[in-house]
Design a protein. Structure first.
Length: 241
């Protein structure tokens, strides 16, 4: 009985997929079954990034894609109910904001000069988030997913360093300050804006370096979906390696 309880607890903590399994978790009966979600206020480059990912699916054998699978974030009530590839920052894309746990400030989970690929699972649905502070950071992450060999990325979050020079936005604080009265005017105070130093990028993001992965090599077959026991065994082995 104790072993059964232990297995149940372990199963609850095991992540079913990693980025290396892409795009198999979106494929059902040979058909790609996921939508692309772009922010209503997002940059046009985010659309280009989504297109690059979609076009690259052609390199996977026996995968059929459909037209008309793009959505705006305002069209999605609950992103966790969808199989989706979300492109955008939490500051510009409501779906990205929800997946990141509604962070405040919205960019607090993002370091500068980096693109991110993040994998989420919710009640049998899978969401892949392509994010970063700027559209250029996100485009670098999208190109990485589309063009590189990701077979060895056994992670749910992967950081791609960029050369964009982007940094987390400045905090802005309004404060009242006394001004020297102008001649003939007594005690005028007015509000002025003080800009504080930029938020320090997350330590985790600044320390993560891009793993060396090979250039794209033609795939002989689509990565196979892992069974539950295979995922559980892989997770247990990971505890001791």
């Amino acid at each position: 009985m104790k072993w059964l309880i232990l297995l149940i607890l372990l199963a609850a903590s095991v992540s079913a997929y990693t980025i290396s399994d892409y795009p198999s978790f979106f494929v059902q009966n040979g058909r790609f079954n996921a939508i692309y979600v772009i922010g209503e206020e997002s940059s046009a480059l985010d659309v280009v990034s989504a297109t690059a990912i979609s076009t690259a699916l052609a390199k996977y054998p026996n995968v059929t894609t459909e037209i008309g699978t793009s959505r705006l974030d305002i069209e999605i009530t609950d992103i966790t109910k969808k199989n989706a590839i979300v492109v955008g920052s939490p500051c510009e894309n409501r779906a990205a904001y929800a997946l990141e746990g509604n962070p405040e400030p919205c960019y607090k989970n993002l370091g500068g000069s980096a693109g991110y690929i993040k994998l989420f699972e919710n009640d049998g649905k899978v969401q892949l988030l392509i994010t970063g502070l700027t559209a250029q950071d996100r485009h670098a992450a999208a190109k990485f997913l589309a063009e590189k060999n990701i077979a060895n990325i056994k992670l749910s979050t992967y950081v791609i360093p960029t050369s964009t020079g982007s940094t987390p936005q400045f905090f802005v604080q309004n404060k009242k300050a006394e001004k020297t009265p102008e001649p003939g005017v007594a005690g005028i105070s007015q509000s002025e804006t003080a800009v504080l130093p930029a938020q320090t990028p997350l330590a985790a993001a600044s320390q993560v370096q891009e793993k060396k992965t090979g250039e794209y090599e033609p795939l002989k077959e689509l990565p196979k979906k892992k069974g539950f026991w295979a995922r559980l065994w892989s997770w247990i082995k990971g505890l001791f390696t």
